[in-house]
Ligand binder design. Sequence first.
Ligand code: PXP
Length: 234
Amino acid sequence: MILGVNVDHVATVREARKGVEPDPVMAATLAILGGADGITIHLREDRRHIHDRDLKILREVIPVELNLEMAATKEMIGIALKVKPDMVTLVPEKREELTTEGGLDVKRQKSNLKNAIRRIQGAGIPVGLFINPSTDDIAVSKETGADMVEIHTGLYANAKGGKQEKELIKVARSVKEALSLKLGANAGHGLNYFNVKNIASIEGLRGLYIGHSIISRAVLVGIERAVREMKVLL
Ligand code: PXP
């Protein structure tokens, strides 16, 4: 199974000072050394974390799957056609949200998605849709012509006990439905070191896309060494 590591949060820290560090490109190369099969970035309309420069350099330097998350807008489609990531995941985007908060409204946006998918695929780039774990939405995704779906695991990740089991079943059913329609099935959002196992054991999953928990752990496992290195300088 593919592990795609999302390095947006590294860019978020960089943007706290609007400087050059930490560089999400460097983080991506280290993630690859650690075994990441892919790197994901979300280029947002307001460029609040990842910048066009990051996408461009990642395209040039990483030897693994580059997954560009983006809204299905004219501007983003133009960028995707120019930079040619290995895959595109279309996501909903609201300016004020902290992260992508829900899956695409595939029913309402069907014709816009269909057009966007056709244009991106025309450049030889496979396209996935980030959707809620609903078999109805899987069926609509198929009708848009998408190659893959990424099932939103946020509700599963936030639920506890029996409720979490129910959410797990919804994700597993969605994966099964996607596979039966010959759609690649990915999953992501909110997955961490404690809740990932149940999702990872769903049969047929192509890949998991994980960001926040990995970058959070990287800060904590790295802090001791970073302080020691500063103490040596003092
Ligand atoms: N997949 C999609 C479509 C996302 O928008 C995000 C968050 O940027 C992720 C996966 C990763 O989620 P998390 O950072 O919670 O692991």
